[in-house]
Ligand binder design. Structure first.
Ligand code: ZN
Length: 253
């Protein structure tokens, strides 16, 4: 589908409306990620930059299950890692990674990271994803590899190194750890995460079954501009959002 056939993401008359929208999309993302099995104990975080205080971000409370998060549970964290709205704690790893990603990428509104199984398994190979399928082409020439593992990320210097490995891309594979994606909207970051996790799964399956044939370079580049466009990422999330809000309307509370 040409990008021109895809609707534009919404715009907002006030920061209050935009903030509410971002938080609704975040709560929906957690519910979807839980439904898809991306949760793993206390691991994983999705953040969205506040539209007004742009060095602050909204994040899930530390230790709350993805499957129970509502809009009103989200907490606001400042650039020093202090919770300035909400009465629950922030995960130190969430602050260490996401504060540096948001600082390094002013174009990015949201970032998503979990320990989803296929992303985690693929990350142990210490390599980039191949353009094996149309969907995987979204990441062709547009993801990085953090080719290091230094324990649980608790300080911002590690977050800086991860942000450096991400560069200007939409995703980074964290070796022996998992996946991280970003987007110009929560919707987009969430979709890239779903897409990357499943592309890792598809490549692992294909490699286990035989010798996969990659899409050739020029065609992979062309496909990247189609399926990997920010608006395509945003649009792919819309049916997922509608489904989860219909199923679990309490997430909007
Ligand atoms: Zn992690």
């Amino acid at each position: 589908m040409p990008i021109t056939d895809i609707p534009e993401p919404p715009t907002f008359a006030s920061v209050e409306d935009e903030r509410r929208h971002r938080k609704e999309r975040m709560a929906a993302t957690f519910r979807l990620f839980s439904k898809m099995g991306f949760d793993e104990g206390i691991a994983g975080h999705v953040t969205a930059r506040d539209p007004e205080r742009t060095d602050h971000f909204w994040v899930n409370p530390f230790g709350m299950h993805f499957g129970q998060i509502r809009v009103s549970d989200l907490i606001l964290c400042n650039h020093q890692g202090e919770v300035v709205q909400g009465d629950q704690a922030v995960n130190r790893a969430a602050f260490a990674i996401h504060s540096q990603v948001h600082a390094a990428r002013p174009d990015v509104v949201a970032a998503a990271h979990t320990h989803s199984v296929h992303g985690r398994a693929f990350s142990t190979l210490g390599r980039l994803l191949d353009p094996l399928t149309q969907d995987a082409c979204a990441f062709y020439g547009d993801h990085g590899l953090f080719d290091d593992y230094t324990g649980v990320v608790l300080d911002v210097d590690e977050g800086k190194r991860i942000a450096h490995a991400l560069g200007g891309h939409k995703a980074v594979i964290l070796r022996n750890h998992g996946l991280l994606t970003v987007g110009h909207s929560v919707d987009e970051a969430a979709w890239w995460f779903v897409n990357l996790e499943r592309s890792c799964q598809a490549q692992l399956l294909a490699m286990a079954a035989g010798t996969p044939i990659p899409i050739e370079d020029e065609m992979a580049r062309t496909t990247q501009t189609q399926v990997g466009h920010p608006r395509a990422g945003w649009f792919n999330f819309q049916p997922l959002y509608q489904r989860i809000v219909n199923e679990q309307p309490d997430l909007l509370q």
